[in-house]
Structures are given as C-alpha cells and as structure tokens.
Design a protein around this ligand. Sequence first.
Ligand code: SF4
Length: 237
Amino acid sequence: MATTRVDWADVTENWCSGCSGPTGIPAAPNPCPYCFARRMAARLRGMPKGAVKYRNGFQPTFHPDEIEKFRKKASRWRKRRRVFVNSMSDINDPVFTDDQIQQQIQVATDHPQHTFMFLSKRPERYARFEWPHNAWLGATACDSETMARASHLDAAPAAVRFLSCEPLLEEVTIWPNARLSWIIIGAQTGPGAKPPRRSWVESLAAQADAIGVAVFFKDNLRKHFGDAFVRQEFPGG
Ligand code: SF4
C-alpha cells in the first residue's frame, strides 16, 4: 500500500505509521523490497519534523495525537476532500488493536462531508467493523498472490471497494464476480525500479472495463507509456 505521490487523493494523513509486512512478522525478510514507505520512514526519522513521529522507524505505531490534529485541521475545511489514510502504514496490521482501528473509523463517521480512503494488504480484517458510507476500502494487489488475498475485499461492508495495483509486478487476473468500483494502476518507483509491461496494464484495464469498474492510471505511468495512454477515472463518474 505504500505509494509515492498520491495523485488520487487530495490529502494524505498518517494516523498509523510502519508495517509488519504482509506476513505480519516484523523480523521476517522484507517481502516488499520496493516499499516506498519503509525508505521514507528512515528518511523522516533523521529529519527534525519526523524525529518524534518516526522514532520507532518502520515499527507499526499508532498516533492518536495525529487524529486530534486532523480534527482541528478538518474543522476549517470548506470543500469536500478525499483523504488517503495511512500511506505510511496498513490500518489492518496485526499490531493495531480493534480499538485503534475503531478510533480511525470514528473520524470518518464524524466527517461525512469528506471521503476517507483506506488501503490494506490484509483486507479480510475490514469485515469485522462497521464502516460509514464515506469510507472507501481498498486492497493492494501487485501480483497473483496478493490479488488472491484481495478477493476478501468482497466481504468488506463499504460503499466503494477498490484495488491498488501499484506497483504492478506481473500480469494479474481479477477474481470472478468481483464487487469492485475502482482500480488504481501504477509503476514501481525508487532505485532500480522496473516498469510494468504495457500488456499487463492493458490487460488489467480491459478486465476493469469488462465489469464496469473505473480505472485510474497513476501519473508515474506517463513516463513509460506517454500522456495519451493515461486515463484517470473515479467511481461514480
Ligand atoms: S505491506 Fe506495504 S507498507 Fe508494508 S512493507 Fe509491504 S509495501 Fe511496505
């Protein structure tokens, strides 16, 4: 779920930081060598503005003080905003308690005028909670293995369920009868990044079109395939 510039949201909030990796075992070998958030956490830890928040490095850490800051900030917003929550973490990481997740859901409930987008590699945990209509729930699906796990998204009680296929690492197939509204597709970034094959992107977009799902190509695909290739749709038109 780690992204670079988030071109599909207006604001990024991090009420959690860090991640145990998709295995949930912090000491396990890193299965996500492309993880942008891990690199960013290390960088922020060495900077004055991130020294406290990232004092635990990439260990999963809940930040209730950031929620309070958000509530003050959002009280001054006049326009609807799309808020991507936890670009530097995974709300469903096993380290986070149900109560900590519930506190984040409550923020979305208290701000029905804004949209809150959550993204996880562990979408099976979403179904344990009640989510307000303005919470969009996503799953990361970079390859066939994570796509299979993403199918748990179908059970998530959300108005919008979405896939983030970033970085797209191979050709993937969406599971049958998927209950999706949106698919985001992007490229690997950072040192040694390899672009996805054009055919992988085209195949995924064609599958989305066949089931009537909006498609958002991240800006990082422009440099590989050109501006004319890129389409940026949102659920609901
Ligand atoms: S699951 Fe996401 S945030 Fe966690 S290590 Fe992998 S890419 Fe990074």
